[in-house]
Design a protein around this ligand. Sequence first.
Ligand SMILES: Cc1cc2nc3c(=O)[nH]c(=O)nc-3n(C[C@H](O)[C@H](O)[C@H](O)COP(=O)(O)OP(=O)(O)OC[C@H]3O[C@@H](n4cnc5c(N)ncnc54)[C@H](O)[C@@H]3O)c2cc1C
Length: 518
Amino acid sequence: MADFSFNKQCDFMNAIKKSVKDIIIVGGGTAGWMTAATLSQQFKESPVNITLIASSAMGTIGVGEATIPTLRRFYKKLGFTDIEVLKATNATCKLGIEFKGWSGDESAFIHPFGLFGQEVNRVPFHHYFTKLRQSGDKTPFADYSLGVQLAKNDKFIQPIIQPKNQLEIFDWALHFDAGLFAKLMRDYSINNGVKHIDSKIEQVNLNCLTEDIDCLNLENGLTISGDLFIDCSGFSALLIEKTLKTGYEDWSQYLICDTAAAVQSELVADPVPYTISHAQKAGWQWQIPLQNRTGNGIVFSREFISEDEAINSMLKNIKGKLLHEPRSFSFTPGRRKKSWNKNCIAVGLASGFLEPLESTSIALVETAIEKISSFLAEAEYSQEDADKFNYAMAQEYERVRDFIILHYKLNGRTDSPMWQHCRDLAVPQTLADKIAAFKTKGDIIKYPWEIFGKDSWLAIFDGLNFRPEFYDKSIDKFSTELLSNELTKMRNSIKNKVNNSQTHSDFLNQHCGFKERI
Ligand SMILES: Cc1cc2nc3c(=O)[nH]c(=O)nc-3n(C[C@H](O)[C@H](O)[C@H](O)COP(=O)(O)OP(=O)(O)OC[C@H]3O[C@@H](n4cnc5c(N)ncnc54)[C@H](O)[C@@H]3O)c2cc1C
């Protein structure tokens, strides 16, 4: 007998597909043009039309210069090579992030995009390291990472395609001019047939029956209608929030920084192949080297420092001449309750924001685009797709949130009340479980949809002096002496590799003519 229960009817309704012929992207920042580029590639030979509306008079956020390696996979899918993007965006190479002062003024460690040590007999390397450390060995964890050692020595090589062992595994990302990257994406999209309208959107109209977005009224007099709207309108969240009132999950109980200020300065030295995050009295300061300038900024909590004081302290740490006045941004950490609501999908700042401590915003743009592209494979979508998208995006934001909170939770600064306050704050249960599993068992819990893998967590735990009490006792069959010899061989192999690598500046010079330009 047919089942006409309410749940079955809902399942049926959720699975109904709506076809998509006109996609409207609102916003021409990094998120808007990256979305346009991918969808224009996907629908190049199809009847789907893509229009991007943005107001050049309103501009873009104009920051967002440090990335993680996923960006390289993103542009490679579009057919760009690393060297093309490095050249087009004045980019430098990024092997990781140096965290200075997070455990006290003299402390420093690097979170690399790469592995630490070699796993043996399926026991992760950090268990061997912990056993040796507990026996009194003082060798730094960082000595087992090729990525860290290259970075510390200002060296850069491209990773080997087929590494012989885990000691050779590392990855890299870019520090780039976000405006130039958006331009690259724009040119690509327009070449693929995306229609670009430069005008302010004055009004968003809903369908009175379905309450879906129906059409947009533009300042230039045009009315633009579509089937699917992608909201890349930045912090203004014009469609997803101002119109659809989707709601925002506020995470300021976990992450207390609420303001940032950014300024560019002249380059005064060769660019280093890593981002610098330098802990300050009530926040942290970033330094991002490009080929032609340095990006600087400070992220802070207004509860603990005034904006003027934070900006002045940032300026004192900048060596090169400023290229403009500092610009400040206030924000609420968190995410949109649903990134996909009705026929509107929010991507980029419109869907949420987490401070740029681990350079994750553009990566979250990429993962959103990747999912949209796969849900729209047949140029149609259902409510079920929207639900799956919302679930996955929520998980991704939450996992990044936990990773960022970890830095604050384990900080070792004693110079101001903010840092003590961050140590005392309760953390989400998912993070509390992860910290406890590492402390008591040396395990790194892996949740679905995590952008950062085991070695990233290890880098932060170790860098902030948080060590496990336990190591896998199966390795007690190896004597301390044998382990010490084996680990020395690992370090030496990394050292040799670093000694034989070219400098970051030489790499930029060889591929981008860097030295000729400054
Ligand atoms: C201080 C700071 C530092 C950051 N650092 C990093 C970093 O190092 N790494 C990283 O990955 N990310 C970083 N981010 C995030 C990153 O900048 C953004 O994720 C990225 O630039 C995408 O922004 P967007 O395209 O969503 O928004 P925006 O760049 O703000 O673009 C919004 C677009 O919408 C248009 N628009 C808005 N309203 C209308 C309207 N009514 N009519 C027409 N057009 C409209 C605007 O004109 C603009 O084109 C940082 C962010 C901040 C605030």
